[in-house]
Structures are given as C-alpha cells and as structure tokens.
Design a protein around this ligand. Structure first.
Ligand SMILES: Cc1cc2nc3c(=O)[nH]c(=O)nc-3n(C[C@H](O)[C@H](O)[C@H](O)COP(=O)(O)O)c2cc1C
Length: 180
C-alpha cells in the first residue's frame, strides 16, 4: 500500500532509521482488530481500559496477551488486582469503548456489569475472558502482558465491534457506523 510520506525500505533492504509515530499508527492501523475492555476490581470499584492489542497465545494451557502502554494509569491498578476480565465489545459499543480510552471520566457510569471470576463483565459484550496475570515483558513503550485464561463465555449475539484505521465498524451487520 502506498501511504503518503511512506517510509519504505532502503535499496539494501534495511529499514529506514526513523519511522514517525503517526506513520507507524497509520500503517499498523490497516490491520482490522476487535476491541476489548480489560476490566478488574480496583480498590475503589471497577477499573477498565480499552485495548485492541489483545490476542490468544496458547491453547494448552490457555493463555492470552495484551500490551498496555507504560504510560497507562489503569494498567497498574489491574496488575494490582492480579486478575481481569477481557470484555469483547459489541458493535453497538463504540461510544462506550471511546469512554474507556478517556481520562477524567467515570468509565463505568450508567453501565451494566456484574462480577465474573476475572473481574467486571460488561452486559451485552460479545464474550468474556477471565484471566489471571502470569507475566510481563518489557517491549519499548509498552508491556507485553501474558495471562492464563481461567473461565470463558460467549454471548449468543456475536456481532463484534471492529477497529480499523481509527474508525469503528461492524463485522456481521454492515458498514462502519462512525469515525473515531
Ligand atoms: C480502540 C482502542 C484500542 C486501544 N488499545 C490499547 C492497547 O492495546 N493498549 C493500550 O495501552 N492502550 C490502548 N488504547 C488506549 C487506552 O484505552 C487509553 O489510552 C487508556 O485507557 C488511557 O487511560 P489510562 O491512563 O487510564 O490507562 C486503546 C484505545 C482505543 C480507543
């Protein structure tokens, strides 16, 4: 794909030294992902953050990973809980997901949830994946978090929210509904 200001390989095939962050985001954003809210019981109620870096790792034993930014103020609270519930967001959840990426707002205000073995389960999510924290690995300005899956459940209405090039859309039921 031709991205304006693209930073292609040098003639020798080595990578160019400086890849601007905006270009990195733009090109990596070409890969559509699902969107999760990773939630835990904090000391003073539920805490959670939007994350699309979530993926499965191992089947036996069941393991997953996600990559919180070092700058995240929510991840240390989830780490302290030692367990969390990964909520796979529904295509109707774009507004709610946006809130889970904002600071200075009550992310759980007016939101229906109930406790699960890992942490808060958001009502109407597509799936819930309960995890126990296993390990963390440094990775630049992010951390690779590896967790063991201890319980799982999927809803019957499995229309996930999709994130692609900064926009939210649906997978089963049509076109992108709005822009990020
Ligand atoms: C669709 C989407 C995906 C995101 N994925 C991640 C992620 O994988 N890792 C991360 O650290 N932040 C991710 N964020 C940003 C965080 O949700 C947000 O920066 C964070 O919650 C900021 O607040 P905090 O300081 O409470 O962590 C994502 C945001 C959105 C909207």
């Amino acid at each position: 794909m031709d991205v304006p200001g693209g930073n292609g390989p040098t003639e020798s095939g080595e990578r160019m030294p400086d890849i601007p962050a905006a270009l990195f985001r733009e090109v990596l954003g070409c890969l559509p992902t699902g969107v999760t809210v990773v939630a835990a019981e904090g000391g003073r109620g539920p805490v959670g953050m939007a994350a699309n870096s979530f993926t499965s790792v191992s089947l036996e034993p069941p393991m997953v990973l996600l990559c919180p930014a070092r700058s995240s103020s929510t991840w240390p609270q989830i780490r302290a809980a030692g367990r969390f519930c990964v909520n796979v967001m529904h295509e109707r959840h774009s507004e709610m997901t946006r809130r889970f990426a904002q600071r200075g707002v009550d992310r759980f205000a007016g939101l229906g949830w109930h406790p699960r073995p890992g942490g808060p389960a958001i009502e109407d999510a597509v799936a819930w994946i309960d995890c126990v924290l296993l390990d963390e690995h440094d990775a630049g300005d992010h951390t690779i978090v590896v967790a063991e899956v201890v319980a799982i459940e999927a809803s019957e209405d499995t229309s996930p929210l999709v994130f692609h090039r900064g926009r939210y859309g649906g997978f089963l039921h049509g076109a992108p509904e709005d822009s990020g």
